[in-house]
Design a protein around this ligand. Structure first.
Ligand SMILES: [Zn+2]
Ligand SMILES: [Zn+2]
Length: 166
């Protein structure tokens, strides 16, 4: 979604409210594609001070993640704060700032980047997800298997081996 900010750049106004719903059905980072389950809503304000623009507000929505332990998809609620500094002055250019080189702003790109940055490294479908059996691959949230637990105390395993040899 492209936001026209010519009124801010042209100093006709110093503040602009943004209240939009992004039309993206999915977006991706280098590793994964995230399905959008509940449209991503952005309520924010753009404020211009000299050659800087501040964008702050809230992002809400719901996307699909896949669980780091059991690999099942689950829905993940998004509720995050948006806070970005932008500039259209090439002299201010640095990594912390988003550079705008005309009078439009690609809001979708900014929002998607913010969401991706906010995602936890370990994504769990639930706090106590039991994951997959490391031996047979069964989803242990859905049922048990007959494999021996791989994290059995190695000393006990040794003892057990001794007995079963007899
Ligand atoms: Zn899980
Ligand atoms: Zn198993």
């Amino acid at each position: 979604m492209i936001i026209n900010i010519s009124d801010l750049i042209g100093k006709k106004t110093t503040k602009k409210d943004i209240d939009v719903v992004l039309d993206s059905k999915s977006f991706s980072d280098d590793y994964e594609t995230y399905e959008v389950l509940e449209p991503i809503k952005v309520k924010a304000t753009l404020v211009k001070t000299e050659d800087m623009l501040s964008l702050y507000g809230m992002i809400n929505g719901e996307i699909q993640l896949s669980c780091s332990r059991c690999l099942e998809n689950f829905s993940y609620k998004l509720q995050l704060e948006l806070q970005e500094e932008l500039t259209n002055n090439p002299e201010n250019k640095d990594d912390e700032l988003i550079f705008i080189n005309n009078d439009t702003l690609d809001l979708t790109e900014i929002i998607e980047n913010n969401i991706i940055m906010s995602l936890p490294i370990q994504r769990l479908c639930k706090k106590d997800c039991k994951g997959l059996c490391q031996v047979c691959g069964v989803n242990l949230n859905k049922g048990n298997c007959n494999c021996e637990s791989p994290d059995i105390d190695p000393r006990l395993a040794k003892l057990k081996g001794l007995f079963s040899n007899n």
